[in-house]
Design a binder for this molecule. Structure first.
Ligand code: ATP
Ligand code: MG
Ligand code: MG
Ligand code: MG
Length: 439
């Protein structure tokens, strides 16, 4: 992409309404624009990162054997009456009446609709296990939308639902989601710690939230310091193996890690004093096993091997896709701007032409642009007639992992400069080697 043809409305001033760094940088970098309280337009740069995050989620869901689909955002109130949640959900639910006076709502989550789909088609235990998921916009009329995309009213969420014959199988689905989520967050450059949590309006007893540690997080968390040494890494795992998934769950949940909702002083007292940590965290996902709560209420049964009808065991599993942009920025930035992890960066590198209009500099930039593109990478070429200082400030703000700086002086010696956004270190290299370094 050439910056002269892109739409990147960078702000020089820090917007007064933004209280936390991720919100400030997302506004300043022209990633989002507020449409109304807690509702945002996703401008090209923000949209690109959102898509990257979404793609990682799809890839990891496929790896775990889960099946993608899409449900509507507007739903009929009738299904929600069947489960009893139409009344129970309260003011967070946005209720809508259509022209025929039918009660509708904007989906805050989709247990009812997916259970209805399931019961309409699946009749036999032979069709289980089954895990379906979607990535779809949700609406919750939050009392205090704030911090930009972190607590929006409209937000993008991955929600997955497992259907299993037995509790044991459903707990395997739960464990499988935990493993899959560990991989997913790590690919985004995040450490998200599974913590024992409270189930809230979804219901059920088994639930973990995934928290990214950050001062601006809304949850207070208590954990054993040893937990931050754990990495999932690129281990191979058989997602069908109950034992393997269970072992990962044990490894990642055996140390104390709880949010304020489930914090227990008596258990906490057993953690050695020097390993106790109290901090704040951002909830970027949550997994639930809730048994037959919805299948009982909505009659989602299958025939078991003896011909009897049994309600299916279910769980649901969410990732805050749009909130993740905020969480990643909170975890990875400096005073100049965002520092994108490689896995989610909107462009792989920036090319800064120090002397736009200089034949040699222009030609060198074009050639770098072509070589990087030919390798399947996406460079962002700042080809505007701007001063170098302004170009650098923009690149630092939007946080691409690499910057290649091209100017007549370097080119006389056959070199360009490659700078790492994260370390700030620069190296002078011939253009071909600069490309190799980034690729
Ligand atoms: P919170 O405690 O922050 O209100 P929640 O527990 O109500 O979140 P879940 O029902 O667990 O949310 O939804 C799954 C995920 O969706 C959450 O882990 C979070 O990352 C994301 N999410 C929930 N509410 C919002 C929101 N208002 N804005 C952005 N993301 C959200
Ligand atoms: Mg909530
Ligand atoms: Mg919560
Ligand atoms: Mg939650």
């Amino acid at each position: 992409m050439r910056l002269s043809r892109y739409f990147l409305p960078v702000l020089k001033e820090t917007p007064a309404e933004a209280q936390i760094v991720s919100h400030r940088y997302m506004l300043r970098a022209g990633m989002i624009k507020q449409a109304s309280a807690g509702i945002y337009s996703w401008l090209p740069l923000g949209f690109k990162v959102l898509r990257k995050i979404e793609n990682i989620i799809h890839e990891e869901q496929a790896r775990a054997g889960h099946i993608a689909m899409q449900m509507p955002t507007i739903q009929s109130a009738d299904l929600w009456r069947e489960s009893g949640r139409y009344d129970a959900y309260g003011e967070e639910m946005l209720r809508i009446t259509d022209r025929h006076d039918r009660e509708m709502l904007f989906t805050p989550t989709a247990e009812e609709l997916i259970t209805d789909i399931f019961r309409s088609y699946v009749k036999s235990y032979k069709d289980l296990p089954l895990t379906l998921y979607q990535i779809q916009w949700k609406f919750r009329d939050e009392i205090r939308p704030r911090f930009g995309v972190m607590r929006g009213r409209e937000f993008y969420m991955k929600d997955g639902y497992n259907f299993d014959l037995t509790k044991e199988d459903a707990l395997h689905a739960y464990n499988r989601h935990l493993v899959s989520y560990l991989r997913t967050y790590e690919r985004m450059g995040l450490q998200a710690i599974p913590m024992r949590a409270d189930s809230g309006p979804i219901g059920g007893d088994n639930t973990h939230e995934f928290l990214v540690l950050a001062e601006t997080g809304e949850s207070e968390v208590f954990y054993d310091a040893q937990i931050t040494d754990l990495k999932f890494g690129d281990r191979e795992i058989d997602f069908d193996s109950h034992e393997q998934c269970r072992a990962v769950l044990d490894e990642f949940t055996s140390r104390y890690a709880r949010t304020d909702e489930t914090h227990d002083e008596a258990v906490w007292a057993e953690v050695p004093e020097e390993r106790k940590r109290t901090a704040r965290g951002i909830e970027v996902g949550q997994i639930f096993y809730f048994g037959t709560k919805y299948s009982d209420a909505m009659g989602a049964t299958v025939q078991d091997s003896e011909g009897g009808k049994v309600p299916v065991h279910m769980g649901s599993h969410g990732i805050g896709v749009s909130r993740l942009l905020g969480a990643i920025i909170e975890a990875s930035h400096d005073d100049k701007g965002i520092i994108w992890p490689e896995g989610v960066t909107p462009f792989h590198c920036g090319i800064v032409n120090l002397k736009q209009g200089d034949d040699e500099a222009d030609a060198a930039c074009e050639s770098l642009y072509a070589s990087l593109t030919a390798l399947g990478l996406e460079p962002l070429y700042d080809d505007r007639n701007e001063r170098a200082g302004g170009k650098f400030a923009t690149m630092d703000l939007i946080g691409l992992p690499w910057r290649i700086t091209v100017g007549p002086r370097g080119l006389k010696n056959g070199v360009v400069e490659v700078t790492s956004r994260r370390t700030g270190e620069s190296e002078e290299l011939p253009p071909e080697q600069a490309v190799e370094k980034i690729a």
